[in-house]
Design a protein around this ligand. Sequence first.
Ligand code: TYD
Ligand code: MG
Length: 460
Amino acid sequence: MARSSATFVCQSCGAVHNKWSGRCDACGGWNTITEEAAPAPAGGGARKPSKGRAFALEGLKTDDAEPARRATGVGEFDRVCGGGLVPGSALLVGGDPGVGKSTLILQALAAYAKAGGSAVYISGEEAMAQVRLRAGRMGLAEAPVALGSATCIEDILTTLDKGKTPGIVAIDSIQTIWTSALEAAPGTIAQVRTSSFDLVRYAKATGAAVILVGHVTKDGQIAGPKAVEHLVDAVLYFEGERGHQFRILRAVKNRFGPTDEIGVFEMTGRGLAEVANPSALFLGDRDSASPGTAVFAGIEGTRPLLVEIQALVAEAGYGSPRRAVVGWDAGRLAMILAVLDSRGGLGVSAHDVYLNVAGGLKIGEPAADLAAAAALVSSFAGLPLPRDTVYFGEISLTGDIRPAPQAELRLKEAAKLGFSAAVVPQDTRCEGAGLKLKTVRNVGELLEFAGAPRGKSART
Ligand code: TYD
Ligand code: MG
């Protein structure tokens, strides 16, 4: 089939079209399609297909031990990677501009180099002087990191090939890297894809661990997202709410480890500090005994995490009531409100409702339902909940409270932080945590516990 020399490529998802259109059929993005001169098959220029050569197929069994991981020494980072970087692997670290990606990577490289590893940091965004200034401010100027400032992939690979293979190479950021083999402008999907592919190939060929830094676009995707995400072995997102100094590193894909781990950092004047006990951080200011707050005993990855959930239920003004939620799913809030109304008879549906997760954390666990419901009920009734109590459990549409996994881990963390009671689903067992357990079977029992009045709208 003859191919035209120009193709139209979606800059968001990488889909190739043979004519321009305003909307990409593949991802639905508007105005994302641009013309690119040469078609860019992964790995470089178009070649004539050669005659195939047979290769041996082998079994799954191996005598090789698990590869020794390269731990950087930044504990939270290593844990999210699954215990350190795997030799020959490629890792993508994505995040909004300014969230602290460069800071994190520089710290990880410096720690690795200080412990005797060889680390290379290639900055495509900042000049050498800027990186040095930052390193100086963070007290890392003495770390033997090899620093370079370059954007051309051929220059980078030639430089890397010259010396001994480094243990870790970081490229900051992948959007600035371009190859002279393509006419497309730097930052276009063809350039990002080709450069990433070359770097991944370099990692596989030499055994160096490669870290790619990538920016996230407005709608929360790494620019040129799918094209890079499937190339690399692991994808980590670095996120933080504006106005909070906490930063959370989250694995969204990991071929060598779990994807539900999070690492918690705090941005300080001297770089990122690891937060060893994140529960203390997300508990907010627990001194006030005001209505509308409940502590959720959650699990993030392998770690228990206590977070304060705050709710405000207020008389609605004109029109339809307002619902606003930060750190939780808006659909989930609507569901909980509906269940509280129709199963518990709370009568909250005509009120404005605001829900906030303290500390800028985002919660995805269904087990947070019970804590959110408790906070809502407490605010609606104007009665504070007992201060020494944590909550967890999933609420079903029938109004029943369903059990949550790893109850013991949650309760032990709560006990460690000085809580003395927990409101939990039925059949929750816990030996040795020393907490007083109050089991609730349905939202009606929760309302009773919180001392809330049952409204007229009760349909049960
Ligand atoms: P940076 O790592 O440059 O972000 P990214 O690479 O993700 O774009 O971090 C930028 C922000 O971090 C900047 O707004 C200032 C802040 N910062 C500190 O607060 N303390 C520090 O020690 C450093 C290095 C940065
Ligand atoms: Mg940066």
